[in-house]
Design a protein around this ligand. Sequence first.
Ligand SMILES: [Fe+2]
Length: 390
Amino acid sequence: MVKPFQFARIPSIRFKNGVIAGLPGLTGFYGKKLVIVTGKSSFIISNQAEKLFSDLKKVSADWRLISIPGEPSPEMIDNAVQLIGGEKVDLVIAIGGGSVLDAGKAISAMLYKPDSVKEYLEFAGTKEHPGTKVPFIAVPTTSGTGSEVTKNAVISKIGADGFKRSLRHDNLVPEIAIIDPELTLNCPEDITAASGMDCFTQLTESYLSVKSNPYTDALAIEGLKAIKSSLVRVCKEGSNIEARAEMSFAALTSGICLANAGLGTVHGFASSIGARYDVPHGLICGTLMSAANDLNVRNLRKNQDISALEKYKFLGKLFLDKKEGSDDYLIDGFIEYLYRLSEEIRLPGLKTAGADESDFELIIKNTECKNNPVKLSNEELLEILQKRYF
Ligand SMILES: [Fe+2]
């Protein structure tokens, strides 16, 4: 029997090396007045940016550039919206990592609205976003969050009273996602590793989620195959375009999966820890993935949850490259693979990343893991944090 499920719409996806060259030609459908959102500088100073801006001039486009220096805060979004004011904008284009894409998505949703974006954030605001927006094109330059295909933008305030909350509406899915793996070639090794682990976590958590369905499972498995063949390779050989393309595919796929199946404990922690300290999202995910799955398996065995354990067995076969093996061998082998991977791509523990053990109680209180395949107690959540502290 097929479980009931929903599957949100996805953008029109253009996936190809060099496909950014087609972006200027796509803008004409929407109009000539653009807002282009980028990160601090890495894209802007690239040859690809020079070519893009020259081609945009050829189609008589006119644009305002907005730079987003880190994970977007409510103030960053409000300031960008204020700067644009009542100016006519036909299209917002974001070119960058997950933070830049989230910022572009939020700006496109907040233009011409008088309130702060804070008012519309889930669990933090007082209003529901109406879903009205300026058309939006997402162009990722890292392979991680999958924001190019999702309907939410994560907005953060970092500190003791910090939060990470989503601006979310079905209509906020970008109109077009342009996935050009060549744009990720210059991504530095630490960001490649952290964003790759974010993507790996997203695929694994949505595959194991209590809300997973046959569509998301089929996609997650394809994404996980790409992770298996290319995550370590891309961290060691950043200029390998084949590995970069596989990671771009995995990230895109992880975005579709998470939007439709939800995520688990690791992303619960990524939200509560990321709200408190200025630690990259992917690094928190990567660091905690091994211990969190270790605890999941321990509890699933206790509960004799056969269907979730079958999924872990499948992950074991995939990541150990084995067709056969006992259930325990394959499942334990997957967990060991995750611990080894943390070492191999040199993911720091939480302490080195900037977290403080004395905050763990508070962090656990603020951690939601509603789609995790098994419920973990507060003591078990603490065990996960302690296992990956040093
Ligand atoms: Fe994530």
